[in-house]
Write a protein that binds this ligand. Structure first.
Ligand code: E4P
Length: 214
């Protein structure tokens, strides 16, 4: 499974690249706002740093605007993936961008039929927002499972990016279902390393090592 970092914070990206476990980055408008930097400088810097796909979001609301914005974003670097919302105008744009060889990540996805439409339009990636669906009282994991089944049934090549991940159990279920990618914030990625028994055993080993005659 590939792991992406969900951020527009360059210092986080630099640090996590050192960990050697991430394969790409996803950004969104909220991350960019928090970074507090001009996207014209920020986006090329992120694309230079990351040796994998970088999702940058198009903010237009009609297909023509999304296509125009997508073309501009795609010119930043070869590793740009244009993030497009799953609405009708967005999927019209996805079809047109795909015809030009521009890869898209269809985002804000909350149903399996939305994911079906995105695949038919030629999306390279689909991003179901599992944590937000859980918060709304539905199962994010069930959604990922449904999308995996539909894509497998019909041979769609669109890769599933499990997004809005809140904790390691989301990553575990994504892996068991066979999702292609999980994208998550720095804090959640850091949680994946932790287990209380690891700390406990390490503590015992360190204490016992002090008793070894040296
Ligand atoms: C994914 O591509 C999105 O940027 C992200 O996962 C959104 O999740 P949020 O609910 O943490 O904002």
């Amino acid at each position: 499974m590939k792991l992406f970092l969900d951020t527009a914070d360059v210092s986080q990206i630099r640090e996590v690249l050192e960990w050697g476990i991430i394969d790409g980055v996803t950004t969104n408008p909220s991350h960019v706002a928090r970074a507090g930097r001009n996207p014209h400088e920020l986006f090329p810097e992120i694309c230079r740093l990351v040796p994998g796909p970088v999702s940058l979001e198009a903010m237009g609301l009609d297909a023509d605007s999304i296509v125009a914005e997508g073309r501009t974003l795609a010119r930043i670097a070869d590793n740009v993936v244009v993030k497009v919302p799953v609405m009708k105008e967005g999927l019209i744009a996805v079809k047109r961008l795909a015809a030009e060889g521009i890869r898209t990540n269809v985002t804000t996805t909350f149903s399996a039929v939305q994911a079906l439409l995105a695949a038919k339009a030629g999306a390279a990636y689909i991003s179901p927002f599992v944590g937000r669906l859980d918060q709304a009282g539905q199962s994010g994991t069930e959604l990922v499972s449904e999308i995996r089944t539909i894509y497998r049934n019909y041979g769609y090549q669109t890769e599933i990016i499990v997004a809005a991940i809140r904790h390691p159990m989301h990553v575990l279920s994504a892996g068991l279902i066979g999702a292609d990618i999980c994208t998550m914030a720095y804090d959640v990625l850091a949680m994946l390393y932790d287990h209380p028994l690891t700390d406990q055993v390490m503590q015992t080993f360190l204490e016992d090592w002090q008793k070894v005659p040296k």
